[in-house]
Design a protein around this ligand. Sequence first.
Ligand code: GUN
Length: 280
Amino acid sequence: MPAQILDGKKIAAEVRAEVKEEVSRLKAEGINPGLAVVLVGEDPASQVYVRNKHRACEEVGIYSEVHRLPAATSQAELLKLIDQLNKDPKIHGILVQLPLPDHIDEKKVIDAIALEKDVDGFSPANVGNLVIGDKCFYPCTPHGCMVLLEKAGIDPKGKKAVVVGRSNIVGKPVAMMLLARHATVTICHSRTRDLAAECRQADILIAAVGKPELITGDMIKEGAVVIDVGINRVGEKKLVGDVHFESAAQKAGWITPVPGGVGPMTIAMLLKNTVEAARR
Ligand code: GUN
């Protein structure tokens, strides 16, 4: 039987509606949640992401300010802005859009964001708290994957989860979150000896490698839940995931489409984290 579709667009809309209600409750208590987004340079994809983040904030009633800085901005200037935002009581969340220009040390910049305002969840302190199971912000994309699982009624407890990809932004944090929910977790990467054999073990398969259609139907266990984080551009217009959708959907029990799966969840989770930061 073909897989059921995990509709990220629909689930993200539900999350945004919940966030909107929470924003109203906070405003009634005199708290006006605020997000600052910092964009350095003119990367076209980043410009689109930042615009979408700003719009999404407006839609749910979160105050949002976008700081667009020229590509030649020095690291010191950027750090000074972050320091100001750290101290600004209107701002509960700070997000510095990545990638940054080469002359800026990304790690230094992320580390400069106050821990209680790190709504992206990328700072070493936040990641440390995630690993030890302490209070933290869940990074937005992995958090989106977990909410998709939850909405599909899938409890990771005792299940075999395979994460393909070991990035700091998705692979590693999602593996930690699955572990915290009592899954048995394997992380695969470019040096994994037999990727197909590992994937075939997975009750939950998370693909986050950035390789178009790497995971094919023959690598999927019958009935598995397949979450595809990849967004790969092939040719002029077509977007495909890290999973070959047509063949995978013949084996999986649940599968996310690309586009319309994990993608819409990321911004919804950013809104959720911003509200959480304001609530704290
Ligand atoms: N660039 C691509 N994705 C992201 C993200 O989730 N957060 C930030 N800050 N930059 C990104």
